[in-house]
Design a protein around this ligand. Structure first.
Ligand code: ZN
Length: 370
């Protein structure tokens, strides 16, 4: 697996934003705003219409009201590169640069659309604990989410020191590799400090997020990568737009060995959201087999000339993989259907409300002028 195609080889390494992921492509994207005198910065935290931005001159707080506030997919989020007004009270974020990738959360009952959690992520690290029995279906689900975001997934098997011997460990790694084609699978032990150097080297090439169920060792991994107490780094005193000292929680941190880690609470429990492309990427070998089926709309159930069923027969394709593929596709379809229904209902409500407001405004006008 080669990582050389990803960002990280920017030559002007003296730029103060390089530790935060600034590269030649971002510089080119930002050029028109630079000529307007706007400041470049990366969002490290978003909070009630405001965001904390790291800029060449240091940390500042800016208002995001300028940037399409009504679409939850188009609000400013952690990881965005933004153009900020050089002065003002409050300072405004003028815009954010086009995103290379984005992590979207499936919605809670209160919202009808996906919610964007992090932008411009290069590596989605799926943490899987070796302290409990491997649940490959769960690994596949996180991988679908990772692929869907546009980031490169990396599976990290944590707590490797709890595996009795090297042979068992290599079998576990192989098991995960069958569930994660074309995805690097690493094993680490934060306790013993083993494997962390390899992981740190991989992640030094870009921006990463940690995914995985609770207990997978994400916090320990984050601490180990940061090389110091995360809470101490998270809670640093900054000067906001009004010159006051504030204590800020940073959800985006520069790693000591290079690269950036985004760690927001919402990301940790993230679920599938319209991730059909991601699901298909996780099961790329099934997609490749399906292309060889006699019928192009083959459902791989009992059709003659079905390459997927043939691969099941020979054992080339494990039955568990096919079951898991179908399960995730079904789950995704349910989420999409539910979202569509909610969206339609919300659009109707919105139109009714706008209609009523328009009418009231017209009547008020008439009352005032007429
Ligand atoms: Zn088929």
């Amino acid at each position: 697996m080669s990582f050389s195609s990803l960002p990280g080889s920017f030559s002007s390494s003296s730029h103060p934003l390089v530790p935060y992921g600034w590269d030649a492509d971002w510089e080119a994207e930002f050029a028109p705003y630079d000529s307007e005198g706007l400041l470049a910065g990366r969002v490290i935290r978003v909070d009630r219409g405001q965001c904390d931005v790291v800029t060449p001159g240091g940390m500042l707080r800016a208002d995001t009201a300028f940037v399409t506030p009504h679409d939850p997919m188009r609000v400013v989020c952690t990881g965005d590169w933004v153009a900020v007004e050089p002065a003002g009270d409050p300072r405004y974020v003028r815009t954010y640069l086009p995103r290379r990738s984005s992590f979207v959360r499936s919605t809670s009952s209160k919202r009808s659309e996906g919610q964007i959690l992090a932008a411009n992520v290069d590596y989605a690290v799926v943490a899987v604990s070796l302290a409990v029995e491997l649940d490959l279906g769960r690994v596949e689900r996180f991988l679908a989410l990772a692929w869907e975001s546009g980031a490169q997934p990396v599976v990290v098997l944590t707590k490797a020191d709890l595996v009795p011997d090297a042979t068992t460990l290599s079998y576990l790694v192989q098991d995960v590799e069958t569930a994660a084609p074309v995805v690097p699978v690493l094993s680490v032990s934060s306790n013993l400090g083993e494997g962390l150097d390899v992981l740190a080297a991989v992640l030094s090439g870009g921006t990463s997020v940690l995914l995985g169920q609770s207990g997978a060792g994400k916090s320990t991994l984050a601490n180990a990568l940061l090389g110091e107490d995360v809470m101490k780094v998270h809670a640093t005193r900054d000067v906001d737009g009004k010159g006051r000292h504030t204590t800020t929680t940073r959800n985006l941190l520069a790693l000591p060995g290079g690269g950036v880690l985004i760690d927001t609470p919402g990301l940790r429990g993230v679920g599938l959201w319209d991730a059909e492309t991601g699901v298909n990427q996780v099961f790329s070998e099934i997609e490749a087999l399906a292309a060889k089926c006699r019928f192009h709309d083959c459902a791989h159930t009992s059709e003659p000339g079905c390459a997927v069923l043939a691969a099941l027969d020979t054992g080339e394709l494990p039955e568990r993989r096919l079951d898991s593929y179908r399960k995730l596709l079904r789950e995704n379809q349910r989420i999409v259907a539910k979202t569509d229904a909610r969206l339609r209902a919300e659009i109707r409500r919105d139109w009714k409300r706008k209609g009523a407001e328009g009418k009231a405004a017209m009547e008020a006008k008439r009352g005032h002028w007429g």
